[in-house]
Design a protein. Structure first.
Length: 445
C-alpha cells in the first residue's frame, strides 16, 4: 500500500497554484479496470484518486477507502483509458463552444487544430481554453495553411516564419509542391525559431525531403509520392512498402492518419451514398452552413464523379486508393511508424464522432486496438512534448480520462461506449455529456 495520504495532504495544502478555471475537487474512481497505455495490459479492480486536476494515486482496490473526497465514481466492470486526441481538427462551424462540447462528449481531451482560416483567431481560442474561460480540450494550433502563393520569395519565408513566432503558433503548416529553395529555407528558418514544420508532403521531391518535417498529414499523401529512384510509392510491392515504412520509422517522422476524410470524399462520388448522408443520425451535429455546403450539389467533390484520371473512372480509382491507404496504414503500424489519429473533421467527418470512425477504419485495416490507442494517447503526447503530463494513466499525470463501459482492447468500437469523461480533473457523467450534445443540436439547427 502506498502512502497516498502524504501526497494527498501535501498537494491539497501547499504547492499547487489555484489558477482560474482549475477544478479543485477530489475524485475517487473505485474498482475500475485501467488501461494505462504504459504497456499492453489491463490493471483490474483499481482505485484512482484525482485531486487538483492530477492523478495522485493508483492502487489495487483491496479495502474500503478511508479518506474524504468530493465525489466517488463506481468503476465496476468499466474501463479507464487516457483521454483521446483528435490530431487533425479544423474549426469550421464558427461556434467553438459547440465544437468543444462535441469533442469532450466523445472523450477527446487533446486537439491539434490544423489551420487558421480567414477571420479566425486561433491564438485567442487557445488562450481562452487554457485559462479556463471556455471549457475545452488541450488545444494546439498551426498558423494559416501556407501554399506557394504566400511563399514566393526567400523574403516571404523569413517574414512568414517570424510572424508565426511572434503570434505564438505551435506549428507551421505547409501545402505540397513548394519550390525546393523555398522549402529548404522554410526548414532552416523554422529550425532557427524552433517552430515545428508540418503538413503535406512535397510531391515533386523524393520522399526523403518530406521526412524532414516533424509530421506528414494524411496517409493518403503517400499515394502521390515517389521514392529516390522516382518510382511511384502507390505502385510498389508490399515488400518494398515494408522497406519504406522501416525508413519512415527510422526517420522519426510522425504521420497523421485521416482515413475518414478520404472515405467521405469517395462517398461523395456515389449518388446513393451521397443521398444517405442526410439520413445519418449524426447529421444534426453538423452546423447548418456545413450541411448546406457539404450535403448539397454545392459540394465540389460531386463534380469529380464523372471524371476520369488516366482512363480510370474517378469512383473506381478512389476505391482503389482507399484500399491502398488501408493496406499502407497496416504496413506503417507493423513497422512501428509513429501514427497520430486524426480525422480532418470535414463533411460527414463530424467533430468528435469522426475520431471513433477513424479508429474503426484503422481496425478494418488490420491494426490492433492497442496500437490504435497508442496513436491517440502516447504518440500525440510525445509529439506535443507533453508526455510528462499526458498520454498515460500514471501517478502525477493530468487527469484527462475516459471511462468506458466496454473494453476497447477487445474491439476499438468500444471507445464509443462512453460512461463519462474527466477533463482537466472535472467529471462529466453520461447525463452531462448528453446535455452537451443536446445543446449543440439546438445551436446547429
Ligand atoms: Zn487539414
Amino acid at each position: 500500500m502506498k502512502n497516498y495520504f502524504f501526497s494527498f495532504i501535501f498537494i491539497l495544502t501547499t504547492v499547487i497554484p489555484k489558477s482560474f478555471g482549475q477544478n479543485r475537487d477530489t475524485i475517487l474512481i473505485e474498482n475500475v479496470n485501467i488501461i494505462p497505455m504504459t504497456k499492453e495490459v489491463v490493471l483490474l479492480n483499481q482505485r484512482v484518486l484525482i485531486s487538483e486536476g492530477k492523478i495522485i494515486n493508483i492502487e489495487p482496490c483491496l479495502s474500503p477507502f478511508k479518506g474524504k473526497v468530493s465525489l466517488t465514481i463506481d468503476g465496476t466492470d468499466k474501463y479507464l483509458t487516457p483521454g483521446l486526441s483528435e490530431m487533425h481538427y479544423h474549426f469550421r462551424s464558427n461556434d467553438i463552444v459547440s465544437d468543444f462540447k462535441l469533442l469532450v462528449a466523445n472523450g477527446i481531451t487533446t486537439v491539434r487544430n490544423m489551420a487558421e482560416f480567414d477571420g479566425q483567431d486561433q491564438i485567442a481560442i487557445r488562450q481562452k481554453v487554457t485559462s479556463g474561460e471556455i471549457l475545452g480540450p488541450n488545444y494546439f494550433t498551426t498558423g494559416p495553411y501556407l501554399k506557394s502563393e504566400q511563399l514566393r520569395t526567400i523574403e516571404d519565408v523569413k517574414t512568414v516564419v517570424k510572424i508565426h513566432k511572434q503570434r505564438g503558433y505551435d506549428f507551421l503548416k505547409i501545402a505540397d509542391n513548394l519550390p525546393l529553395n523555398i522549402y529548404l529555407k522554410l526548414l532552416e528558418e523554422c529550425e532557427n525559431y524552433k517552430i515545428p514544420i508540418i503538413g503535406h508532403s512535397q510531391r515533386s521531391l523524393p520522399l526523403e525531403y518530406s521526412l524532414r518535417m516533424k509530421s506528414i498529414e494524411h496517409i493518403e499523401e503517400f499515394i502521390y509520392l515517389s521514392d529516390e529512384n522516382n518510382n511511384s510509392i502507390f505502385k510498389q510491392s508490399k515488400d518494398k512498402l515494408n522497406v519504406l515504412a522501416k525508413q519512415l520509422h527510422e526517420s522519426g517522422v510522425y504521420i497523421g492518419t485521416t482515413l475518414v476524410i478520404f472515405d467521405f470524399i469517395k462517398n461523395c462520388l456515389d449518388d446513393e451514398k451521397f443521398k444517405a448522408f442526410r439520413q445519418d443520425s449524426l447529421v444534426k451535429y453538423l452546423a447548418k452552413k456545413e450541411r448546406e455546403d457539404f450535403l448539397s450539389e454545392r459540394n465540389d467533390y460531386r463534380k469529380l464523379k464523372d471524371r476520369e484520371f488516366d482512363g480510370v473512372k474517378a469512383p473506381i480509382l478512389f476505391d482503389a486508393y482507399f484500399t491502398w491507404i488501408k493496406t499502407f496504414s497496416k504496413i506503417l503500424s507493423d513497422n512501428k511508424v509513429r501514427l497520430l489519429t486524426g480525422s480532418d473533421t470535414y463533411g460527414m467527418g463530424i467533430v468528435g464522432f469522426s475520431l471513433h470512425k477513424e479508429f474503426v477504419f484503422l481496425q478494418e485495416a488490420g491494426i490492433k486496438p492497442y496500437d490504435i490507442l497508442l496513436a491517440s494517447t502516447v504518440n500525440p503526447a510525445r509529439y506535443l512534448n507533453k508526455y510528462s503530463e499526458e498520454g498515460t494513466i500514471t501517478e502525477g499525470k493530468n487527469a484527462n480520462l475516459v471511462l468506458l463501459n466496454k473494453n476497447p482492447l477487445d474491439d476499438i468500437q468500444n471507445t464509443k461506449s462512453i460512461e463519462g469523461v474527466i477533463l482537466k480533473g472535472k467529471w462529466f457523467d453520461r447525463q452531462a455529456l448528453n446535455k452537451m450534445l443536446k445543446e449543440v443540436e439546438i445551436a446547429f439547427r
